[in-house]
Design a protein around this ligand. Sequence first.
Ligand code: ATP
Length: 512
Amino acid sequence: MSEDVFKKIISHSKEYGFVFQSSEIYDGLSAVYDYGQMGVELKNNIKKYWWDSMVLLHDNVVGIDSAIFMHPTIWKASGHVDAFNDPLIDNKDSKKRYRADVLIEDHLAKIDDKINKEVEKAAKRFGETFDEAMYRETNPRILENQAKRDEIHTRFAKALNDSNLEDLRQIILDCEIVCPVSGTRNWTEVRQFNLMFATEMGSTADGAMKVYLRPETAQGIFVNFLNVQKTGRMKIPFGIAQIGKAFRNEIVARQFIFRMREFEQMEMQFFVRPGEELEWFAKWKDIRIKWHKALGYGDNKYRFHDHDKLAHYANAATDIEYEMPFGFKEVEGIHSRTDFDLKSHEEFSGKKLQYFDPELNKSYTPYVIETSIGVDRMFLSTLSASYCEEELEGGESRVVLKLPPALAPIKLGVLPLVKKDGLPEKAREIIDALKFDFKCQYDEKDSIGKRYRRQDAIGTPFCVTVDHQSLEDNTVTIRYRDTMTQERVDIDKLSDIISEKVSMKNLLKTIG
Ligand code: ATP
C-alpha cells in the first residue's frame, strides 16, 4: 500500500459520508474531523465490538462514563501539567512550527534511506552473487553513513531522556536540517509545549478556575477506582473500561484521522495484586492481539513494538502496530503502570485509595495494566484493510470496502428492479420485517449495476433485488458483496441468512 492509496481512502471517506473535515464551509479546522452518516455507524460498531469484548466476555470488567472536565489537581497528580510536553521549534523565515524530535527523526530516516538505496543499487549490480550483510559491513560509504547515523541517534536519545532542549537544537544545527518550506536554517530556541487544552470554569468575582480538557480517559477511571470497587463489590483482579473523547493540542497534526486534536479512546485499567502485574501484562497482550486479528485484516499486518524507553510510571510497555498505508503505526498501547497513578492520587488528594485483600488479609495499592486504543486509529486501520479496487470482466472496475460484516454500517441493501408494478412496496415490506434485526437501506435509483456499486462502496455485505417473480413466489435474488455471486432465496429465510453473518455475537464467539 502506498501514499497514493491513502489519498484515495481519504477522498472515498468523504465521498461516501464516512469522514468530513470539521467546519469545512469555513475552510476547516486543522486536525479535527466529523463522522458522517456512514462513519458514525462504523464507529459505533467498532466501539460496540470493543465494549462487549471487555464487559460481556469478562465478568470482572465493568464500565464507566466519567466527565471530560475534572478537578485540575488530577492533572498535577498524573504528571500531565509538568510533563505532557513536546519540544517545539519555529523557523523564523517560514514562521512554520515543528516538533524538534520529529525533525531529527526524519533526518535519521533520510540517512537510512540513503544507506538502503546504496544497498539496492549494489544488489542490482552484482545480481545473484550479492552478499548484503557483507556489503553493509565493508562498503566504506555505508560504514561512514551508518556511523554518522548511530552517533546522531545516541546523542538524540540522550537529549530526549535528559529533556535537554539546547542539545536538541544543537543537533538540528549540526545536522544542517533545513525547514522544508523556507529551506533555511534560521531556527528559534526549542521550547517545551504542553499538549493540554485549558479553559476556564465559573465566573465568580474572585476568578475562574483553570480546567483542562482531558488528554486521556484513564484518569477518570483512577479517581473512580474506589467508587466502583466498593459499590460494585469488585474483587481484585478486576477492570474498569471507558470509551470517551480526549483532546491534545498536537503540534504537527497530519495524516488524516491518525493524529487529531479531538479524538476518542477506548481504555481499560485492570487492577491486580502487586507482583502479579507482568503475568497480567502478558495475558492482556494476548487478549488484545486476538481481538484485532479476529477481524481478519491479515495477521501479518500487526506487530508488537516493545518500548525501550519506558515512561516514568511504567515497568513494561508495548504498542500494537498496524500496517497503515504510510507504514506500521501505533493503534493501541498496553502498559504496566505499576501503582504510580493511584499512589499519586492518594498523595495529592489526601484520600486513601487502597484495597483490602481478604485472601491475603491485608491492604495494598493495586498495580495496574492499561490497554488503550484510539477509536479513530482503529477506524483508519479498518478502512485501510477494507479498501479494494477490483478489475471486473468486460473492462469494468469497482471500489469495494470489504468490511467485516459485523462492522459494516449497512447490512442489507434492498433494491426493487423497477420503480413500479408493486415492487417498491414489496421491497418496503422486506425492510419493515428486517429493520428490527439490522440496518437496511432502500435504493430504487439508477440501474441495478450502479446500485450494487454504491453498496459495494460503503461496504454493505448483502443486497437483495426484488423482481416480478418475488410477487409470485416470495423469493428474491441475494447478492454477496465479496464474491458478487447471486442466488435465489426465500424472503422468509433472509433474516436467518444475514443475521448469522453480521452478528456481533458470532464475532465475539471467535475470541470469547
Ligand atoms: P503517539 O506516540 O502516536 O502520539 P501516544 O503514544 O501518545 O501516541 P497514548 O498516549 O498511548 O498515545 O494513547 C493511546 C492511544 O490513543 C494511541 O494508541 C492512539 O490510538 C490514540 N491516540 C493518541 N493520540 C492520538 C491523536 N492525536 N489522534 C488520534 N488518536 C490518538
